[in-house]
Design a protein around this ligand. Structure first.
Ligand code: WT7
Length: 636
């Protein structure tokens, strides 16, 4: 991909116009730049936005690891592909060259093959941020297995529902994980999860913390023993452009997580192209994204995008505040990081600390800094710009989603003038539109509406695993012919986009996408609980925090409220994970409901925010008197 840079603003507009006028020609050219194809595509794109059937680079044959690893061996064999920075700063960093990565991925692919994994089989991965996580994903891709990484902060029941949904044959986990001063016994969580997972035949265990684990005879195997016998040759499987690459679960508006399916060629081309341009990637850069690989940000911009470009990518195991709240800055200085990509919630929490922590280090290696996962507020933007970027590094506020596979709206560094809190302009090939409630497109500038995308792009998810109907209903039905993002956005007088937040039942807490439904399902399992409703309210660090309104059964009325709160949060922790715990729980005698029985969340949201000014139209409420009670008992 030598010639695909955007040079300046006029060039951006030129390329953008071309890409919209003839998207096929545009993507055809990008796919033609430097990738290894066993067979070329016969058609660039084939799609039906009503049925949500989308195919890119039809009939092309490739293997993504050939492109992410083998292709670089001749010229970059000794170049560092992965820098592993451990949780403990006293533990040595590891520098894994492209050659070594190739060997490790081949060995791992042989291990999986020997365990009976075949092309198309699903492998779930439940690992901390260690090199084996990247190696296992790539090994799956090399042999044609479909990886499904489950964030290693999810509880056993969240794990088993995902494993069962995709029907995984094998789980790769570790004995434990380190996070700051804590260590977590991951194998124990897997043991509990697998009790309810009939499809799982083998559990492969990576040794990381050395904690004692129980190994079930015939099912559980230590990875290091398996690797001893594994050959370091593995010919990559020839995959079709549309063969599944991975499934990644994201929350939705019902209790069941959605397994977003990404396929091979389009995802590769899209992540490679966007990585290069959004991060202004150059050959000797050291690129660091602090996300967990368990989220899409890590898939696309720690692993596939950077490696497709032959880049050096940092995998960081730890947390921003361990041993001190300067770890990010220390690591940037230590490895001379050139691009740094993190989340607003991390920026806000570090901005709370004394600026001495940042000033202690030399951050002059930085060229581009990025933000992702939620809207970045003005204050955090400026702190990031002043103290980290030193007003010299453009901030790329990148808007995208698990479903989009890659970055969609973002400034191009040194090209697009940035504007605090604005994701600015769509990348070439991306056609955002704002729609009103009546399904009409809102044209012109200085307008806001529901953010949709008009034409498919190569990185878009192809379906929800096992439930195409839900895919169609969730994304392609509200605004026929278009992909609906679930976000609201405004377009300013110059055409810049600002994402205003979710317009559906998803709440983003510390950059984690949480559906209200699964949390409510968990709460409602408490024997004393009758009903519940969750809303988000603004939080200084987390962006949004969770406020729960709970009605109790008769048995609950006599219970101690503080204990109940603890039990409810414990239940949420068990069912989903600690990230979904509620910040505030208010017990109410009823929830405001419409005559058709729908909870009026709009009112609950206003109360949680402490905004009693206007509740809008409450005439359809069956029980308007309840609003007064809820208001009076609000937890401030
Ligand atoms: C939702 C997607 C994209 C990878 C990480 C999250 C919100 C994401 C931004 C941004 C404002 C943003 C949106 C989106 N979001 N980036 N730069 N500005 N909001 O992926 O978990 O699928 O969440 O995150 O609401 O819909 P995800």
């Amino acid at each position: 991909m030598k010639n695909l840079y955007i040079d300046d603003l006029p060039d951006y507009f030129k390329q953008y116009k071309k890409s919209i006028k003839n998207p096929k020609k545009f993507w055809d050219k990008i796919a033609d730049e430097g990738f290894v194809w066993y067979q070329r595509w016969t058609k660039v794109v084939d799609f039906d936005m009503e049925k949500a059937q989308i195919k890119w680079f039809k009939n092309a044959k490739l293997n993504i690891t050939k492109n992410c690893i083998d292709r670089h061996l001749a010229q970059r064999g000794d170049k560092t592909a992965i820098i592993f920075e451990p949780n403990d700063p006293l533990e040595k960093a590891q520098y894994i060259s492209y050659r070594e990565l190739h060997e490790r991925v081949c060995k791992m692919a042989n291990v999986l093959k020997d365990l009976g994994v075949e092309k198309g089989d699903r492998v779930c991965i439940y690992l901390p941020m260690i090199p084996e996580l990247a190696v296992t994903m790539l090994a799956c891709a090399r042999m044609g297995a479909v990886h499904s990484v489950i964030f290693a902060g999810f509880s056993d029941s969240a794990v088993s529902s995902r494993v069962n949904d995709c029907g995984a044959k094998v789980i790769v986990c570790s004995d434990g994980s380190y996070r700051g001063t804590k260590s977590i016994d991951l194998k124990e969580i897997i043991d509990k999860a697998v009790e309810n997972c009939p499809t799982v035949e083998k559990v492969v265990v990576v040794r990381r913390t050395g904690t004692e684990v129980t190994m079930k005879e015939g099912r559980d195997l230590w990875l290091d023993t398996l690797l001893e016998k594994a050959s370091s040759d593995f010919v990559s499987k020839i995959m079709d452009a549309e063969d599944p690459l991975f499934i990644l679960y994201t929350s939705g508006s019902t209790g069941k997580p959605k397994g977003m399916l990404h396929t091979t060629a389009g995802y590769m081309v899209y992540t490679a192209y966007t990585f290069k341009n959004v991060f202004n990637y150059r050959e000797n850069d050291i690129y660091w994204c602090t996300a967990d690989i368990g989220w899409i940000t890590g898939h696309s911009y720690i692993l596939y995008g950077p490696l497709a470009n032959g880049a050096t990518t940092v995998i960081f195991e730890g947390v921003p505040t361990y041993p001190e709240p300067d770890r990010f800055w220390q690591v940037i200085d230590k490895h001379k990081v050139t691009q740094f990509y993190t989340a607003p919630t991390a920026i806000r929490s570090l901005a709370k600390e004394s600026t001495q922590w940042v000033e202690k280090y030399d951050l002059s290696s930085l060229r581009v800094i990025g933000s992702v996962g939620e809207p970045i507020n003005d204050e955090a933007w400026h702190w990031y710009n002043d103290h980290v970027g030193k007003k010299k590094c453009p901030i790329v506020d990148t808007w995208w989603q698990t479903e989009t596979g890659g970055i969609m709206i973002s400034p191009i560094p040194f090209v697009t003038p940035t504007k605090p809190t604005y994701a600015t302009l769509p990348l070439p090939g991306i056609q955002p539109v704002l729609m009103d409630e009546k399904r009409n497109e809102i044209t012109g500038n200085q307008v806001d509406g529901n953010l949709c995308i008009r034409f498919p792009w190569p990185g878009i998810a192809r379906t929800i695993w096992g439930d195409h109907q839900r895919y169609v209903e969730t994304y392609f039905t509200a605004f026929p012919g278009k992909y609906f993002t679930g976000d609201g956005a405004l377009r300013d007088e110059t055409g810049y986009y600002r994402i205003t937040g979710r317009v559906d039942d998803v709440i983003i807490v510390s950059g984690h996408n949480l559906g209200t439904a699964p949390i409510e399902d968990a709460i409602n399992q408490h024997p004393a609980v009758a009903e519940s409703a969750i809303v988000g309210y603004p939080h200084e660090i987390k962006g949004s925090a969770l406020y729960g309104y709970v009605t109790l059964k008769e048995s609950g009325q006599v219970r101690d409220r503080e204990n109940l709160r603890k039990e409810i949060n414990l239940l949420i922790s068990d069912m989903i994970g600690p990230i979904a715990k509620l910040d505030k729980i208010q017990f109410v005698s009823g929830l405001p409901k419409t005559r058709s029985g729908k909870i009026m969340r709009r009112i609950l949201r206003k109360i949680a925010e402490g905004d009693f000014s206007s509740f809008g139209d409450t005439s359809t409420l069956l029980n308007p008197e309840i609003v007064e009670e809820i208001k009076n008992d609000r937890i401030g």
